[in-house]
Every structure is written in structure tokens, then in C-alpha cells.
Write a protein that binds this ligand. Sequence first.
Ligand code: E4P
Length: 223
Amino acid sequence: MKIFLDTANIEEIKTGVEWGLVDGVTTNPTLASKVAGKGKDLAGIIREIVKTTPGPVSVEVVATDYETMIKQAHKIVELGSNAVVKIPMTLDGLKAIKTLKSENISVNCTLVFNPVQALLAAKAGAEYVSPFVGRLDDIGQDGMQIIDQIKTVFTNYAIGTNILVASIRNPVHVLRAGIIGADVVTLPFDVLKKLPAHPKTEEGLKRFLDDWEEVSPNGKFPF
Ligand code: E4P
């Protein structure tokens, strides 16, 4: 399972890449708006993200009509060979995905909330579909259930589109994505940091170091 960071914060991306945990990045206009303060060069920031990330970077169009989406998509792919165009799940969006697929442009279809939408995105030619599990949890549904259903539908028809689990809120979402066999999870930085943590790991490490200190003051390494 690939791990993407769901952020437009370059420092978070650099840190995640140094940890060796980042296979790609997803951004969206909300995440971009958080880093685009006064006097900040948003285009420059996105360019740096594309350059820094050792894998696909999804950059979203900010239009709802087909023609403008296509124009913006063509600008996005100029950012670098790893740039992926994020297109919303609408009729114009589906039309745009079909055109972009015919131009060999990689698309991530976003704002997917049920398996039929995912099927349509895949049929249009999306390389990734992004079902938003956390936002479904927020309204009292079990978001991960749709990941399970999408996996079944895609398996039924041998569909190669990647299931990119989005709107992840906690490590349990990641566990369930792995059990289902989702292709990608995209995580906020605070969820990424939680993944390696376990209280028994911390307790065990402390005990090893305390026990070693007993026989070797200052923790001197014997070799
Ligand atoms: C996906 O690509 C989106 O950027 C993201 O996962 C949305 O998450 P949110 O519901 O936490 O905003």
C-alpha cells in the first residue's frame, strides 16, 4: 500500500520524505489556501512540492466547466512529469477525465462518496479515485464500507484504477484500508506521525535503555 501525504506544506513533505514514508502527495484548494498567505507565491510552492516529492503529486483544478478544467489540467501537467490532475466527480469532470485519458494525462478523480461514482470515474479513465472516508464518518456513516464496496466492484471487472483512500482521520482508517487492499492512503501529517507510535514500544525501549544503564553507566556502547 502506498502512502501519500495530504498537505501543501513543504516542510511536512520534506520531513516525511526524509523518514522514507512518502510515496506521493495530494493537495486540494483548501490545503493550498492554508499555505498561500499574503505575499506567498502559491505557484512556486506547488512547483517545489512537485520537485521535492518522489512520486505523484495531485493538483486540483478550480473550475466546474469542462473547457476550463481542460485548460487548467494542461497547465498542471507542465509542473512536472509526476503531476497528476485532480478533477471533481461531476458530469463535466467525467467528460474532462475521458479527454485527459485520451491525451495520456494522469487523473485523480476527487470528491467520491459512493462506489457507483468510483465506477464511473474508472470507466472514464481515471488513474486514481479518491473516496473521502472521514467526511462520511462525520455524517454518521462508516466511510470505510465504501472502500470495501469499491474494491469488490473493481475486482469484479478487473478495473486497474487505484483506490486512493482520502479524508483519513486516524490510524484505524489506515489499518482497514490495508485489510481491504486499497492501493493508496493519503494522510494528514499528524496521522502519519502516529503510525509508528505504540506505548509498548516506548515502554520497551525505556526498559532496554534503563537496564543497559545499570551495567554500563552513560549508556556506553560496548563495540
Ligand atoms: C483528498 O485528496 C483530499 O485532499 C482530502 O483527503 C480531504 O480530506 P478532509 O476531509 O480531511 O478535508
